[in-house]
Structures are given as C-alpha cells and as structure tokens.
Design a binder for this molecule. Structure first.
Ligand code: KG4
Ligand code: ZN
Length: 381
C-alpha cells in the first residue's frame, strides 16, 4: 500500500464508532452504534450504562469497520483513538480495546484529542488551508478557536457554563418532547428545531446572554433558567403543558391532557406554548452564537490572524445541524466576507471517521506520540 491507512476508534461519549480512512480522505469502512435511544429513556447519559454499552459493542463495531473496508489489519499504518476529553468510563473502553489491538497487531498508536478531530474533519472533504476559524457546538462542547495547524489552536471563546446542545436537551426534557408523537425518537435539539417550525420566535422575548461581555465566551444556563420559570408559570396557567396538534389529540399518549378550551380550537392548530418556547429558545440561541462568532471574526481580522477576505469559518458538532442556527451564522459570514463551511450531519456528530482522519493528519504532520503499551515506540510505515 502506498497510502497511509488509519483505523479510528471513538468512545468518548455515547457513540461507539470506528472507521478506516486513507491518506486522501477516502472512507474505506465505517461502523457506528448509537446509545441515544437508551439515554433518552433515562433523561440523560448514565456513565456506567454508557460504559457497559461501549463494552458490548466495541468489538463488533471495530470488526465491522475493518471488514467493510476490506483492509487487512496488517495493512494499517496506525490506530488512532480518542483519549480526551469525554466521559472517563466511556473513554476507558475505547482506550483499553485499542491498546490491546495495538499490541496484538504491533501498530503505532495515535492518541486523539476529540476537539482537534472535530475541528479538522472539514479538511477530509474540502481543501481548507490553515488558518481557519472553528465553532464547535454540541451537547458537550462549545468553543470558538483559531486553527493555525494540525495541533496548533488558539482558543478564542468557550461556554462559561453548559454547552448549547445540553441546554436544548434540558429544555426539551422539561417540555417532555420525548413523549411528543412527532419527536419521540429525536435528540432534544432536533426536537426543538422541529417544534420551532410550529411556533413564533418572538412570542417569548428572551434576551440573548452576555450582550455586554467584551469577549467571545458563551453562556446558556441563564437562558435555561428563564425558560424553566416560564414553563412552570405556563403549567400553572394551562394546567399541563400541551405539546400536540389537535389532530393527534384523539390518541394523546401520556403527555396530553385535553384543555377546557378545546372546543374552540381548529383541527391542526397548535395548542401549546411549547412550540413558541421552542421557536424562541432556538432564536435566542442562534442570536447568541452568531454574535459571539461575529466578535471572534472581527477580533481575528483586526489582528491579521485570518485573511481579510475569504476567511473560512467551520461550524461543527451536533448543534451545527440546526438549519436556523446555520442561517444566523450565514448572515454573519456574509457580512464579514467569510466562507461558512459545515461538514455533513454524519460528520458533525461524533463518529469514527474524524478520529481516523485526525490520525492521518497527525501522521502527515509528523505529530503524535506513537507507542505500544510497553512504551516501545513504533514508527509508522
Ligand atoms: O456532536 P453530538 O452528537 O454529541 C456531542 O455532544 O458531542 O451532539 C449532540 C447534541 C445534542 O445535545 C443534541 O440535542 C444536539 O446536538 N442536536 C441539535 C440538533 N441535532 C442534534 N441541536 C439543535 N438542532 C439540531 N437539529
Ligand atoms: Zn463530539
């Protein structure tokens, strides 16, 4: 093989994922097992449960990625695995599995920083030169960074509390969207995006956080608390928070209680303030994220850290698949002569491809500690 071939393994949170990627960015094999459905039932990730599910699936997932790739393990140049940041119990499963494999196959091991992998994913698809700006927004991450090289990041801003996806998940849980007939299998953020289409963004006027802060940091708990209060108040007023359309109420499931005012409502009409809340929280989140990103772009341009024209903003992470938030970011990039790039959704969320690709990037840049479990350094072929 002329090409470098890397097996990537990801278990930092609730996805067990693996992929084989070559030097030119071809994805030769891929497999992923998502635990989302299990965690939706418990209303959040329970780390020992996540660990157990990773244990049950990792062998099969890695095997599947390798067999679909038709690459024999001996042809691999290296094994790349997420080692931080993430849930310690989850990371541990991927790490110990990888180190066993590394010893068995006598291959170099490339420890991967999960955020670096998210940030570099775009280079697998597009010819994006350094430096570029990256915005990572997901359930666990929220940061803005200038990417100056494979392992050279300047952190410009981060969330001072929770990540936007976490906030959206909490609001969705508070609204019981998992019981909503249209949203039951969606992540919190996706359910909010779906429901927001049926509501009005200005029905509730939430103030974007940190309007005066002269930096590029983020904050989401304040907004979450304001929404919590409104939901409590609406629950008092409306008896229970209604989240269905009238057409669906004949078989309402657990979450719907038919209101007293039911007779006056048209079929198909939205009954509840939940849709308005969804629209308003999505709008406020989009404004906040767009404003902080605008500041970061201006900061970098003023200091010549980014090219004056055609600078690139990469947006990734689960929340980046939200089309409303993307639209808000498009307004910012259009106003600042930047190009907005988003990896496709399957590469925006956690996956094995980004880990394998980060391994390729590190090999090409001559970076990364390459060793086996006895501390012996292997040189990649
Ligand atoms: O990147 P990801 O799969 O996992 C990590 O958190 O690392 O992101 C998952 C997060 C969840 O919080 C989910 O609610 C959010 O991304 N999300 C969305 C959308 N799809 C997923 N948030 C807003 N709009 C969406 N369409
Ligand atoms: Zn992630």
């Amino acid at each position: 093989f002329l090409h470098k071939l890397v097996l990537g393994i990801e278990t930092s949170c609730d996805d067990t994922a693996a992929a084989v990627v070559d030097e030119t960015g071809n994805v030769l094999g891929e497999a992923i097992h998502s635990q989302t459905e299990v965690h939706l039932k418990t209303g959040g990730i329970v780390p020992p449960v996540a660990q157990q599910l990773h244990r049950e699936n990792i062998q099969r997932i890695v095997q599947e990625a390798l067999s679909t790739s038709k690459v024999s393990p001996s042809e691999l140049s290296a094994i790349a695995t997420t080692v931080k940041p993430g849930l310690a119990l989850s990371l541990g499963v991927g790490l110990s599995f990888s180190l066993q494999l590394v010893d068995q196959l006598k291959k170099p091991f490339i420890p991967i920083h999960h955020m670096e992998a998210h940030a570099l994913t775009i280079r697998l698809l597009n010819k994006v030169e350094f430096p570029f700006l990256v915005l990572l927004i997901s359930g666990g991450h929220c940061l803005l960074a200038l990417v100056r090289g494979v392992s050279d990041f300047l952190l410009l801003g981060k969330s001072l509390d929770i990540a936007p996806g976490d906030m959206l998940d909490k609001v969705a849980r508070r609204l019981s969207l998992v019981k909503h007939p249209e949203c039951s299998t969606m992540s919190g953020g996706k359910a909010i995006e779906h429901l927001a289409k049926q509501g009005h963004k200005l029905h509730f006027d939430f103030k974007p956080p940190m309007q005066r802060a002269k930096n590029c940091d983020f904050s989401f708990t304040g907004l979450q608390h304001v929404i919590d209060k409104i939901i409590t108040q609406k629950e008092k007023e409306e008896g229970i928070f209604l989240i269905g359309r009238v057409g669906k109420i004949s078989n309402p499931g657990l979450c719907l209680k038919i209101p007293v005012c039911f007779a006056g409502i048209q079929k198909g009409q939205i009954l509840s303030s939940a849709a308005h809340i969804a629209a308003a929280v999505q709008h406020t989140t989009a404004c906040h994220i767009a404003k902080r990103t605008h500041r970061a772009i201006l900061f970098c341009k003023q200091r010549d850290l980014l090219p004056q024209s055609k600078a690139v903003l990469v947006v990734s992470g689960g929340v980046a698949s939200n089309l409303y938030i993307r639209k808000a970011l498009e307004i910012v990039t259009n106003a600042t002569q930047c190009t907005l790039l988003c990896p496709p959704p399957r590469l925006c969320t956690d996956n094995g491809i980004m880990i394998a690709w980060n391994g390729i990037e590190r090999l090409r840049a001559g970076l990364g500690i390459l060793y086996n479990t006895e501390g012996v350094r292997y040189e990649p072929k």
